[in-house]
Write a protein that binds this ligand. Structure first.
Ligand code: SF4
Ligand code: SF4
Ligand code: SF4
Length: 874
């Protein structure tokens, strides 16, 4: 890459300092959200106020920071990352080419930094927002607002005319301003038109190729089409993953950032904040009220809703393009997407019941007292014990406490009503984060092991988490997460489930008896007795760790937490196959080639002979009934679907996701998704989903369908430029990551003429040969000549690239192939390649055929696989 190294010009040293990059931002009449009243704001102690945090961490104290309670106990304000500019982290920034965007959502899905907020809106919503917030003259504003329906109609007509012309590049702004200028009203001043022109000019508005938003809708029902927009915010680190994902659409490109562009983006993002969530009609088949029922392919549209997109805020210190972040964001946004409508529906229900109870509850309780005094007494005791704080250390203690209660029955009903109302308010009106609109309490909490995901999010003020988040030293994240889950179950029982059940008894006329058995039941209530709906309403927990923290030193903790099968605990292992944040030491998930810290590859040893631990697979057996998925950004639809299925499963869900670590893997900043696809396609980490709800055999519960050619040893990949297909082995993936550089060398074609091709060599070897070290016995068929094996990869232009391989690289291919075959066998796949190999080895081991005869035969006639390739090519 040295050819690409360029000298960064520093310019004139006396030039004006423009490093703040603050250009001319177009602002609106600002609304300070901190002044919007939200439940509980006034009662917050200073420790929980952003101003306290700001005083310490954003007052320029530098190294003179006081050792205050916040700093000394490691507390951080939530979601401060959202306010962090990442200008210093990027050299270039993406720019949208509006007329080419098809609204495929690929860029938005891959962006690791929550930097592409996007929305679809009615044309009238965009026009009304621009007019009401950016036109300063009151008269002009009034008149323009009254003309919005007319403008909407005229813009639409013009857009329909232009949309069929493939070469047309007219921007929405120009259409709108043209139509505004045509309006005949003296109140519409030049200044107001200029103000609208200025703000609309900053907006990225897409309508030409975003057919599902505009043209298709418009054809179906005139007046129903809208506009799609993708904004770029200041959290962008310039990794270019979005541009890579956009690919042939050519709707995004990286350009150097200027002061003007930075100001334009700031202005546009400020405009976005004035808009509401994307209306349901633009979300297609994705129903935001019941996301768990959506098809996998439709789930990406949840990212069109700002209320969900911002469930993870970024602004943290992860490297540009870090593969972990897109997956981490997925679990947060999907949990928010699933749970928020459930929370709001619950709030409505609780409110309604509280209201009803305040009207009829006392009368029903009085009736109960008259007709069944025993039931009344035990019910009263239950309310006092469970809801009013009269419970004690023992039954006697409780009875004693209850004697202190001097209130009447109305007090009991009032208590129940208050608890229901508080619960309703917590679920809908609470403002969890200062600066954001009240939306109810957090739907989830996160626990983490020390690792990259912890480190990049725990440096004030760069916390990306808007929900309760806690780090635990090295290996304990899963256990801490499980305990969060237990405490949520307890809270949910006492604050929601039991009060609602008591309210229901009263609202239904209290027709049944309430006995000491019932009292015992409710004082020992747990999730076992919750209905499916009550379980779904439980706040969720995500335990997050890397492969070091969860698959290696913390494996026992994870194993224990998985086995508990708690209904609200999800565990995610971000698998970079190495201890990333401490500099790349070997973990159990590291692959056989070594070359990392503490697992050097060199003359004495080429790596490790320990096989890669598959943590997710270890939970497919002997760990009870967890939901398990090995998924990644290779297929975001499957990743999203499995996250939702896991959240809805009444037991623990464990996810293992391959994620690139750019510096440790040696891959470009933009490559996270591409590398995840290569890892899957090379069989290094095949995708699978195990859902115990589907049956009690692997054949029923396990699916490996997400892998291409899932019945064969290897996937056949297209040679770029249409030159046929080639066998895509583990080695082919390894060529794309610099961490494997010690295990292959590029050579000229003539250097390989006496060598064995990898695809043939591995036919003579089974994993058992390696276990018994026969692969270093020159007289055995499985002998692997060090650097005596080659394979062919293909460059972007389709030309062949010859690589010779270390012995360890060949072993690595055999080991991953074996792991893949075992996985295939679990679902009952008959792998013909494996059958053929066994036949071949039988012949060689019985003396019927020699290795040389087989190789000569291939040389003369070509291998069966090559014939197959030829067929594919044709
Ligand atoms: S360059 Fe990277 S961080 Fe910036 S918007 Fe694109 S994907 Fe997101
Ligand atoms: S910019 Fe490109 S990747 Fe993003 S939605 Fe548009 S076409 Fe798709
Ligand atoms: S070191 Fe690797 S895992 Fe850690 S933030 Fe950077 S890219 Fe991500």
């Amino acid at each position: 890459g040295l050819n690409n190294v360029i000298k960064v010009k520093h310019g004139n040293v006396d030039a004006k300092d423009t490093s703040s990059f603050i250009g001319n931002i177009i602002s609106h009449c600002a609304i300070d959200l901190s002044s919007v009243p939200g439940n509980g704001d006034n009662g917050k102690s200073p420790l929980f106020k952003m101003s306290t945090f700001d005083k310490e961490f954003r007052s320029g104290l530098g190294y003179n920071q006081p050792s205050s309670p916040l700093a000394s106990v490691g507390m951080m304000a939530s979601a401060t990352g959202a306010t962090a500019s990442k200008y210093v982290a990027r050299r270039e920034i993406p720019i949208l080419i509006e007329e080419n965007c098809t609204q495929c959502m690929d860029c938005i899905t891959v962006c690791p930094d929550t930097a592409l907020p996007n929305t679809a809106q009615d044309i009238s919503a965009i026009l009304s927002t621009a007019i009401s917030k950016y036109v300063s003259d009151e008269n002009a504003r009034k008149v323009l607002l009254s003309k919005v329906p007319e403008l909407d109609k005229n813009c639409r007509a013009k857009m329909l005319e232009l949309v069929v012309d493939a070469d047309d590049k007219t921007r929405f702004k120009d259409i709108a301003i043209d139509e505004i200028k045509k309006l005949d009203d003296k109140a519409i001043t030049d200044e107001s038109v200029n103000q609208l022109d200025a703000i609309l000019d900053t907006l990225p508005v897409i309508y030409k190729k975003s057919k599902a938003i505009f043209l298709t809708k418009e054809k179906k029902e005139a007046g129903s089409g809208g506009l799609f927009s993708i904004f770029v915010n200041d959290l962008c680190k310039g990794c270019a993953a979005c541009v890579e994902a956009c690919g042939d659409h050519n709707a995004l490109k990286m350009i150097p950032e200027t002061e003007e562009l930075n100001a334009q983006y700031h202005s546009a993002n400020t405009f976005l904040k004035q808009l509401g969530d994307t209306p349901q009609k633009y979300l297609g088949i994705f129903n935001s009220q019941s996301p768990q029922e959506a098809k996998a392919a439709a789930l990406k549209f949840h990212l069109m809703m700002q209320s969900k997109y911002n469930a993870f805020l970024s602004g943290d210190g992860a490297c540009a393009g870090c593969g972990e972040k897109s997956v981490l964001r997925s679990v947060s946004t999907l949990t928010e997407t699933l749970m928020r409508p459930i929370f709001h529906a619950k709030a409505e229900r609780m409110s309604a019941k509280a209201e009803q109870l305040s009207q009829t509850g006392l009368e029903t309780l009085n009736n109960l007292k008259t007709k069944d005094e025993d039931s009344y007494k035990i019910f009263k005791k239950s309310i006092l014990h469970l809801l009013m704080g009269y419970g004690g250390e023992s039954s006697e203690d409780t009875e004693q406490n209850i004697l202190e209660f001097k209130g009447d029955d109305k007090k009991l009903i009032d208590a129940l009503v208050i608890v229901l109302k508080q619960d309703a308010s917590d679920h809908k009106e609470l403002r969890a984060i200062e600066g954001m609109a009240p939306n109810g309490m957090s739907v989830m909490a996160m626990s983490a092991n020390t690792g990259c995901n912890t480190v990049y999010g725990s440096t004030p003020p760069n916390n990306p988490h808007p929900y309760p988040w806690m780090n635990s030293l090295f290996q304990d994240g899963a256990t801490i997460g499980w305990l969060f889950g237990e405490s949520f179950i307890k809270d949910h029982s006492r604050r929601s489930v039991i009060p609602e059940r008591f309210a229901d008894m009263l609202l239904n006329g209290f027709s049944n008896k309430f006995t000491e058995d019932d009292y015992f039941f409710y004082t020992h209530f747990s999730d076992i007795y919750m209905t499916e709906d009550e379980i779904l309403e439980l706040p969720k927990v995500w335990a997050i760790g890397g492969d070091g923290g969860m698959g290696d030193i913390g494996f026992q903790n994870v194993s224990k937490a998985v086995l508990q099968n708690r209904p609200n605990v999800q565990i995610l292992m971000l698998d970079t196959q190495v201890y990333s944040n401490t500099g790349g030491q070997n973990s159990d998930s590291s692959v056989m080639t070594g070359g990392f810290d503490m697992n050097q590859a060199g003359v004495a040893s080429e790596g490790k002979l320990t096989e890669k631990k598959s943590v997710a697979e270890s939970f497919l057996g002997g760990h009870g009934s967890p939901f398990v998925a090995q998924v990644s950004m290779a297929n975001s639809a499957t990743l999203y679907k499995s996250i939702l299925d896991g959240l809805c499963y009444r037991g623990t869900a464990f996810f293992q996701a391959f994620t690139t670590c750019q510096p440790e893997h040696g891959v470009p900043d933009y490559a996270a998704t591409e590398q995840a696809q290569k890892v899957r396609d090379s069989r290094t980490m095949p995708e699978f989903v195990f859902n115990p709800e589907l049956g009690e055999t692997y054949a029923e519960a396990l699916s490996i369908k997400g892998n291409p050619l899932s019945k064969d040893d290897w996937y056949l990949k297209k040679i770029p430029g249409g030159g046929g297909k080639f066998t895509y082995t583990v080695a082919h993936w390894a060529f794309s990551e610099a961490r494997f550089r010690l295990h292959h060398k590029k050579v000229k074609e003539d250097k390989v003429k006496d060598l064995i091709r990898l695809e043939d060599m591995i036919k003579f070897i089974m994993m058992d040969d390696i276990t018994h070290r026969r692969h270093i016995d020159k007289n055995h068929r499985s002998f692997i000549p060090d650097w005596g094996v080659y394979t062919i990869d293909y460059a972007d232009d389709g030309s062949p690239v010859y690589h010779i391989l270390s012995r360890q690289m060949v072993i690595f291919n055999v080991e991953r192939r074996k792991a893949w075959r075992i996985l295939q066998s679990k679902v009952g796949t008959i792998n013909k390649d494996y059958q053929e190999q066994k036949e071949l080895l039988k012949k060689i081991d019985s003396g019927e055929l020699t290795v040389d005869e087989f190789l000569n035969n291939i040389q003369e006639n070509g291998s069966a696989k090559e014939e197959q390739l030829e067929k594919e090519t044709v």
